[in-house]
Design a binder for this molecule. Structure first.
Ligand code: UDP
Ligand code: MG
Length: 314
């Protein structure tokens, strides 16, 4: 019998965890011919999440868990879960029931047809502000233009991955992970199914605009060096224009004589060039920061406690 692991990263999810477990279990009961396991990853929660997970672990043989030593972020939590998963396939689901478990049978059906990565695409983004929708749209357009890896739009982490995809993802050990891009990077045959994403069942979202902005920058810097190329290009262009202007000034001074006027244009050019230089130094800094972070070679997460009933992965 094939076994499917359900990976659930949890950070302060005491409000929904029971509900998640009940609803997902009742869906799993209706799916025959497969064995299921839950892998809960407690990402350094500060509430009762870990005691709820331990409770589930005690009463249900299908449940295993990993508890990280602090909050490492969802990306690292997912990697932790993947490292311990050893089923034939893995489904990544949010704990807040925004990824409806009712979609599992359809995902499994596509997997059986040979697709290695079945992801769920949001049909509409209800309950989100206009600004969030617009910025996400612009961002994905930009990302698509800049990178050769096609990152899927409106697709979250809710997906079914074949064991081969999971192994591929585990082999990528970068710390500043942008898993969404990695899903595309590893390749394999992909299938998207559509669904309506409901609002959170309970509890609060863990994301704010600052974190989303950081994730957006990570997405770009981990998949393309195009901004550096743009910096070189803009530098060349500005130098060329400056040279032209210099010729013009020299000729004009020779023909008409010098004058001291021109302070406004001088100061605006100096400020403009200064601004452009700072911006590109910032962009270079982003990449250097990534090199620095990766060169330390720290593990992406640290597991503090594990509850695994079945045979451990060697
Ligand atoms: N999550 C996590 N670590 C974090 C932040 C979030 O493991 O640092 C988990 C969280 O418990 C949930 C999932 O990632 O299961 C998605 O988080 P959330 O619902 O807050 O994000 P949203 O759905 O609003 O994008
Ligand atoms: Mg959510």
């Amino acid at each position: 019998m094939k076994r499917i692991d359900i990976l659930v990263p949890c950070y302060n999810e005491e409000a929904v965890l029971h509900q998640f477990y009940e609803r997902t279990s009742s869906v799993l009961e209706q799916i025959e011919n497969y064995q299921f396991t839950f892998i809960f990853v407690n990402d350094g929660s500060r509430d009762r999440t870990i005691s709820i997970i331990r409770e589930l672990y005690e009463k249900d043989a299908r449940v295993s868990y990993i508890s990280l030593s602090r909050n490492f972020g969802k990306e690292a939590a997912m990697l932790a879960g993947m490292d311990y998963a050893d089923g034939d396939a893995l489904v990544i689901m949010d704990a807040d029931l925004q990824d409806p478990p009712e979609l599992l049978p359809e995902m499994i059906a596509w997997w059986e047809k040979g697709y290695r990565d079945v992801s769920a695409r949001r049909r509409c983004r209800e309950g989100e502000t206009f600004f969030k929708k617009w910025s996400s749209h612009v961002y994905y357009k930009l990302l698509k233009k800049l990178t050769s890896v096609p990152v899927q739009q409106d697709v979250g982490d809710f997906r079914l991955l074949d064991r081969r995809c999971v192994q591929a993802l585990c082999s990528l050990r970068e710390c500043q992970r942008y898993t969404k891009g990695l899903f595309s990077w590893i390749g394999f045959e992909k299938k998207e199914i559509l669904f309506d994403r409901p609002p959170r069942a309970a509890g609060k979202t863990k994301w704010n605009y600052w974190q989303l902005f950081n994730l957006a920058v990570d997405g770009i810097t981990s998949f393309t060096t195009a901004p550096l190329r743009a910096a070189s290009f803009a530098g060349c262009l500005l130098a060329f224009l400056a040279a032209l202007y210099m010729c013009f000034i020299v000729v004009r001074t020779l023909v008409y004589g010098g004058d001291v006027a021109g302070y406004p244009s001088l100061i605006s050019v100096v400020l403009f060039i200064g601004g452009v230089q700072l911006m590109f130094m910032g962009i270079m800094g982003e990449y250097i920061g990534r090199i620095y972070n990766e060169s330390k070679g720290r593990p992406p997460y640290i597991a503090e406690e594990r509850g695994v009933k079945r045979k451990e992965k060697s």
